[in-house]
Design a protein around this ligand. Sequence first.
Ligand SMILES: [Cu+2]
Length: 214
Amino acid sequence: MIKPSTMYVIVGVIVGFAIASVFLLQSPEIQTTVADSSDVYPKFENPTPRTLHYTLIAQDAEIEVAGGVRATVWTYNGTVPAPTLRFDEGDEVEVKFVNETPYAHTIHFHGTHDSVNDGVFPMIMPGEEYTYHFIAEESGLFMYHCHAFPTTEHVRMGMFGAMIIDPMHHDMKPAREYLFVLSEFDLKTHLRRSHDSIQLMGMQTSTWTTQFKW
Ligand SMILES: [Cu+2]
């Protein structure tokens, strides 16, 4: 049984919140407006956009992930994570992609791109080249990665990196800047390479897990 004094407090709090809510909703400072996409991702004109050319090469590699421990990985340009790409908002970007591996790969750039430059399709087959074009927008820090299927496998094998698109207007410049690209190699994972292959979206692919040697 709730004591009458407790009940007064509960009712008082409820009534207080109700009155406060009515006043807050009427406050002109918090009137909502209709947002469109440019409010969420403001875009600014770059008066001097550059045209930037990059080459990323899909390469199988073996890298040292800890003292004396080496892992077989799939890479862009031989490193995990892949090279960091950096542009200014509004720059025109051209990325030539060369696939030197025995598997189909792509480069999927996060952000908004038309389908032929978004790197989900088409698959770039072994020995093929493909050039992606896009305007660097919206500003922000993004991931790029292989989107060949199964995508999680290609990312886990090492095909990912960071892409920074600097905004045209910096309200405040950083005193120092650090970029962390986090990933994990689990040394306790059983060394295994499955030769079972699976059919996925009409493509033949093999199942790999990261292999270690030490
Ligand atoms: Cu891939």
